[in-house]
Design a protein around this ligand. Structure first.
Ligand SMILES: Cc1cc2nc3c(=O)[nH]c(=O)nc-3n(C[C@H](O)[C@H](O)[C@H](O)COP(=O)(O)O)c2cc1C
Length: 160
């Protein structure tokens, strides 16, 4: 692996999102940066998820997620949902149900309400492809960029 990849990878332009998941009994959410649109028709988004995340189990069981766009001022939210030691992550935040029933983060800039389409292996992650069934703007503001988060996700230690 190139020895400067931790620095150069930060120049790939990503936003920062809270991805909320739901099954019959559980709701949970995690912070993600590796998110992109991959199709117009049908409208598909893809994101990369570490299958060790608690959110992954719930996503596979429930087949639903909301992708919530964070504002550049919402770094504490990115940190909270990026911390896997917090099991009851949803409390203390305001949620509203999307059309599919999955929770949407009320203070996000915007959301996509998605249904799982398929999952593809990608090294130590999996690529989740999901279909957008609804979307909306919630608040005004500028989106956060992944490069604004410095090493919040600890990625610098993972390029080796
Ligand atoms: C800024 C930032 C970006 C992240 N991007 C991703 C990502 O794209 N995919 C991923 O699987 N984890 C990503 N993470 C890590 C997860 O958010 C983190 O491991 C989380 O605690 C997993 O939650 P869970 O185990 O409670 O489901 C990111 C974390 C941060 C802080």
């Amino acid at each position: 692996m190139p020895n400067n990849l931790a620095t150069v990878a930060k120049l790939l332009t990503h936003g920062v999102y809270v991805i909320a998941v739901k099954d019959d009994t559980r709701e949970h959410a995690f912070t993600a940066a590796w998110v992109m649109q991959v199709s117009f028709d049908p409208p598909l988004l893809a994101f990369s998820i570490n299958p060790q995340h608690y959110s992954y189990q719930i996503l596979k069981a429930g087949g639903l997620c909301s992708i919530n766009v964070l504002a550049h001022s919402q770094l504490p939210i990115a940190a909270h949902f990026g911390d896997s030691s917090i099991r009851d992550k949803m409390s203390g935040y305001s949620w509203q149900p999307a059309q599919s029933g999955v929770p949407v983060l009320t203070e996000a800039l915007a959301y996509f309400d998605c249904v799982l389409s398929h999952v593809t292996p990608a090294g130590d992650h999996e690529i989740v492809v999901c279909q957008i069934v609804d979307a909306g703007i919630l608040n005004n503001g500028k989106p956060m960029r992944y490069s604004d988060t410095d090493n919040l996700d600890g990625a610098d230690d993972l390029y080796r």
